[in-house]
Design a protein around this ligand. Structure first.
Ligand SMILES: [Zn+2]
Length: 443
């Protein structure tokens, strides 16, 4: 039994949203009680105790779109790389990296990303992986790192014909094998999806192969209309919009997650909503790749389950929150935009998306919920309660303010010390492996 107490407890549970001197009790992997600190300490005498020292206790973050494969790109300058558009960014940077990743480099990319997640208070991720040099076993390698570090992960490999039909087939089979493995696992810490890069790199034959190898319990995780080129390709090759092509391949549905959705029209939004399909928005990535601004406010207003991800750009969900907040105000020239929509995406919708793959309630501190909890070192200069906590997070917190991270009942970091890895050793190994990768890329 573990009590985390003596903090301003923000639960995200409408029945008991805030306790000034709050605490929660954890037994195994679940929260068993939420209350005041004196009550809980009295109730569970002898329990281990983490003193939040009057800081903020809140649910750990969920990131619904990550890219572990991008970890070793930090600081890399690729010779001759001078992108003229989104397709050049993909081919010149990301595909150049992923084609060369070894299994060891995949492992350390995962270790780096997940340690950074722990430091930023993220305990659940949806990753979209590619490593066309080493496809087989890549998801299992990432899953091992997730298990070692205590991160809850929904994984997939991005199927694509960009390196030929054989590799596309290998990618489909990796997804199928991994999904079946994850379905048999009863820890509620690992899940799998049929990953697809984007429709413009996937032929009809590969669509068919993916459908044939996908267990029905899983959905797809696919980039949609991230660049205008994806839409043009679909119109030219198939004479239809992207969501129509996905609908025709039975890809839309409650278990499917669409990344980006920048160039979709009203009819496609209807299809996405009517099929209960999920969408994930990645504001920094869209801006950084000069891809455009997706109609995210409209997606949320139409009732489409829209979450917030980072696309590997950062592992700090508060950063994604801050950028989404200003992006949509700026884009719509509407100072009222995004105040309620973005926190809804980050706190409520990401939890709902995770809920379609994991059983225990996430993103909420209440009896029976997964014990995924963070303590944030934030001393508010103004009054704080459940009604204005989002304003405090938006303008006052960053991921690096997280001091303690608990995932599925396990203390992953306490007082900024990562407990589940020798981080100095891991980072040294990351630098060693990334140096090999960079040499392989630039010669
Ligand atoms: Zn992505």
């Amino acid at each position: 039994m573990l009590i985390v107490g003596n903090g301003k407890l923000v639960t995200r549970d409408s029945k008991l949203p805030f306790i000034e001197n709050g605490a929660l009790a954890i037994d195994g992997t679940k929260i068993v009680k939420v209350g005041t600190t004196p009550d809980l300490r009295n109730l569970y005498k002898g329990a281990d105790y983490i003193d939040a020292k009057n800081r903020i206790i809140m649910p750990a973050f969920i990131n619904t779109h990550e890219h572990i494969y991008s970890a070793m790109a930090r600081g890399l300058s690729i010779k001759g790389y001078n992108p003229k558009g989104f397709l050049d960014i993909l081919d010149g940077q990301w595909w150049t990296i992923d084609r060369r990743l070894t299994l060891e480099q995949i492992r350390y990319s995962a270790m780096d990303t997940m340690i950074s997640c722990i430091r930023n208070g993220v305990t659940t991720i949806f990753d979209h992986h590619a490593s066309f040099g080493h496809i087989k076993g890549s998801l299992f390698t990432i899953a091992e790192a997730a298990k070692e570090l205590g991160i809850r992960a929904c994984l997939c490999y991005e199927v694509s014909d960009r390196d030929g039909a054989e590799k596309a087939k290998e990618a489909v089979l990796e997804n199928g094998e991994f999904i079946r493995f994850a379905l048999k696992d009863d820890t509620d810490m690992i899940a799998g999806m049929m990953g697809m890069h984007a429709q413009f790199t996937i032929s009809d034959a590969t669509m068919e192969l993916a459908a044939a190898n996908k267990p029905e319990e899983a959905g797809y995780h696919i980039h949609v209309a991230e660049g205008i080129e994806d839409l043009h390709d679909c119109l030219k090759k198939y004479g239809k919009r992207i969501a129509d092509r996905l609908m025709d391949w039975n890809i839309l549905g409650k278990k499917t997650l669409l990344g980006h959705c920048i160039y979709i029209n009203s009819h496609e939004m209807d299809l996405i909503r009517d099929t209960g399909t999920m969408v994930v928005h990645n504001p920094e990535s869209n801006m950084g790749n000069a891809c455009g601004c997706p109609p995210v406010m409209e997606l949320v207003h139409r009732g489409i389950l829209t979450g917030l991800g980072t696309d590997g750009y950062t592992h700090d969900m508060t950063e994604s929150y801050k950028v989404a907040n200003v992006l949509h105000k700026h884009h719509l020239c509407d100072a009222n935009a995004a105040w309620s929509e973005v926190p809804e995406m980050l706190f409520k919708n990401n939890a709902a998306i995770a809920g379609r793959y994991f059983k225990a309630p996430l993103g909420v501190l209440k009896e029976g919920a997964a014990a995924d909890v963070i303590v944030v070192d934030y001393d508010p200069p103004t009054y704080l309660d459940e009604n204005n906590i989002n304003g405090h997070i938006l303008f006052g917190m960053t991921g690096r303010d997280v001091v303690t991270t608990i995932g599925n009942g396990k203390v992953l970091m306490q007082d900024r010390e990562v407990k589940v890895a020798d981080t100095e050793k891991v980072m040294a190994k990351c630098r060693e492996e990334s140096a090999k990768l960079w040499k392989n890329i630039n010669g």
